[in-house]
Design a protein around this ligand. Structure first.
Ligand SMILES: Nc1ncnc2c1ncn2[C@@H]1O[C@H](COP(=O)(O)OP(=O)(O)OP(=O)(O)O)[C@@H](O)[C@H]1O
Length: 573
């Protein structure tokens, strides 16, 4: 029966309604009769019930703490209902003894209303409770996330990032507000996203992020899907930037450097740059040799970017950064049956991924003899075999290998396969250490000062002439990387815009030129050569008379007699 029909019914009374309705409703319904009123009509009651039902529907999302009041007057009768929290009260001012009988007769109709009333109330009540619980849970979740040291991220099944903590935002090097709402696919490859989405339970994997900020570290990911009613509802991610114990990365697949990024105008750097630009155009494998921090990787990337393979992948892998067995499966891939462990998937190796492009095997001197043998096969036959795979797979990959080790000596000591050495070493590129091209130092200082200041949003600082002089005297065992770090140190210092001697890092301040800096691996011979060179430079600058020599001794922080002894010993004219 509709409200309209109910409205047309005549008034029968009120008594008994309250009790009966209250037993049907999840609320206390009080219907009160106010004495002194002549009559009442059913239409009015029905309208009131309608108002209650509709108001409840409208107010579903309202704050239940506030009272909702609706009232109506009709022919001197007044009904007032209100709801405060879960209590609904309907007061009716009427005094009609026939009411009870009428209500009893029409109870099924009233019950129908009561039922929908109850359902609505129950629905709105449970959604209110749920909303309250949800909002509390959300607050608890974000509090938990904010105190966690691990980088954590919550996303929906489409990869939309709905929450992340400060550790994650710093790992992504982006403010939280900027990341919220973006998609994880902006940070990782489609293949890696597919794997994350397909995870059935807690899973771990290492991936190479598409964008990972300056660290260029790989991500060790723990992924946990959350299901609701059999449907994937949320994906939780814990990300750890791979700890590389001093290594730069395990894998990497973008190039960021071009030849124009290689700064330096000295003869040695110009020569090696020109040579690299020439060989970039050929297809030969390359071996880049040089001390740590000289820019071997910068060269490898620039060569790839200038080669005909530039549209193919550049896959870098650090052979010293991971254990041999993992390196083997990473390089060559595996078939499900063969891989030891609980994985049941097949995986392409880095050689396959680099097909049509370049593979950069960094720290090749650290590769085991066993893997050197397998690598030789790839170099010779241009085919790889996955672990446990039956069919060799053709790969068209250019290999650029690099090492800071002395491979000649390793070959002599039978620690590096001679046949592989000759295959890779078709055109060796020696990157000179910074101390052999000191004229590049001012340019590099200026270049890094500009870049690093920009990165930290600070004003570039000037170097005092004494600081510049000391930096020119220093022998830079960590090469360009060390120089970049020193500039970073300057930029971060809370000093004025002038860097003075006091601000120099200890290793540079403390170094008397020619005395080996801690960690330096150069030989005594190199050290003496360098000392000799430094003294000659200073004598040329300051003069060879006694006054000049006194100043040179002062600069070198040695006594005048010591300087004379050194001049004699090093046969300086
Ligand atoms: N000529 C250069 N111009 C500008 N920046 C350079 C140059 N050479 C090196 N760098 C910078 O120095 C740092 C070290 O370079 P890179 O990582 O290529 O050295 P590496 O020889 O591969 O070191 P390692 O042997 O430790 O792997 C990088 O940050 C790079 O940007």
């Amino acid at each position: 029966m509709s409200i309209e029909q109910l409205e047309s019914l005549s008034w029968q009374g009120l008594y008994g309604l309250a009790e009966q309705l209250s037993s049907l409703l999840p609320v206390n319904l009080e219907i009160r009769q106010w004495k002194g009123t002549a009559h009442y009509d059913a239409a009015f009651i029905a309208r009131e019930l309608k108002v209650i039902v509709e108001s409840l529907a409208i107010q579903e999302n309202n704050d239940y703490g506030s009272a909702a009041i609706a009232g109506e007057e009709s022919e001197g009768l007044r009904a007032l209902w209100y709801r405060l929290n879960t209590t609904v009260m309907l007061w009716v001012e009427a005094d009609n003894p026939e009411g009870a009988a009428w209500l009893a007769a029409n109870l099924p109709v009233i019950r129908g209303y009561a039922r929908s009333f109850r359902e609505m109330l129950a629905g709105s009540e449970s959604s209110r409770k749920l909303a309250a619980e949800n909002s509390l849970l959300k607050k608890e979740l974000s509090a938990m996330l904010s105190v966690a040291q691990e980088a954590l991220l919550v996303m929906d099944p489409d990869g939309r990032i709905v929450e992340l903590n400060p550790a994650m935002s710093s790992l992504l090097e982006s403010p939280r507000t900027q990341v919220l709402g973006s998609f994880i696919q902006e940070w990782i490859s489609p293949g890696d996203w597919e794997h994350l989405r397909a995870a059935r339970d807690l899973e771990e994997r290492t991936i190479v992020p598409e964008r990972s900020g300056r660290s260029r570290a790989n991500w060790k990911i723990r992924v946990k899907p959350v299901y609701d009613g059999g449907q994937l509802a949320t994906i939780l991610l814990q990300v750890e930037a791979e700890k590389l114990e001093g290594k730069k990365y395990l894998f990497q697949k973008q190039t960021t450097y071009r030849f124009e990024d290689i700064k330096g105008t000295s003869a040695p750097i110009r020569t090696i740059k020109e040579m690299s630009q020439r060989v970039a155009l050929s297809e030969v494998n390359l071996l880049i040799l040089g001390e740590s921090g000289t820019g071997k990787e910068v060269f490898a990337q620039s060569i790839h970017a200038a080669s005909s393979r530039k549209d193919g992948a550049f896959i870098a892998i650090n052979c010293a950064a991971i254990p041999d067995t993992l390196l083997e499966s990473e390089l060559f891939g595996y078939e499900s049956s063969a891989f030891i462990g609980n994985r049941n998937e097949s995986k392409a190796g880095r050689f396959e991924l680099a097909d049509g492009g370049t593979i950069f095997l960094d720290e090749i001197g650290d590769m085991s003899l066993h893997l050197q043998g397998k690598l030789l096969r790839v170099v010779q036959e241009r085919k790889v075999e996955r672990l446990g795979g039956m069919e060799p797979i053709d790969v068209n990959v250019r290999i650029i290998a690099a090492t800071h080790r002395n491979l000649d000596r390793m070959v002599a000591e039978e620690k590096f396969r001679e046949d592989l050495y000759y295959r890779l070493n078709v055109i060796p590129l020696h990157i000179p250490p910074l101390r052999e091209r000191k004229e590049d130092i001012p340019l590099l200082l200026e270049y890094f000062m500009k870049n690093v200041s920009l990165k930290y949003g600070r004003m570039p600082k000037r170097l005092s002439p004494q600081v510049l002089e000391r930096l020119l005297l220093y022998d830079w065992p960590g090469n360009v990387r060390e120089l970049e770090n020193v500039v970073e140190h300057f930029v971060q210092l809370e000093i004025g815009d002038l860097v003075t001697l006091q601000s120099l890092p200890a290793q540079i301040r403390g170094q008397i030129p020619g005395v080996m800096a801690p960690g330096r691996r150069s030989t005594r011979h190199l050290e003496e050569n360098h000392e000799k060179e430094t003294i000659i430079q200073l004598l040329n600058q300051l003069g060879r008379d006694t006054e000049g020599k006194r100043m040179v001794a002062e600069k070198l922080q040695v006594s005048l007699p010591t300087l004379y002894r050194k001049i004699k010993k090093l046969k300086i004219k």
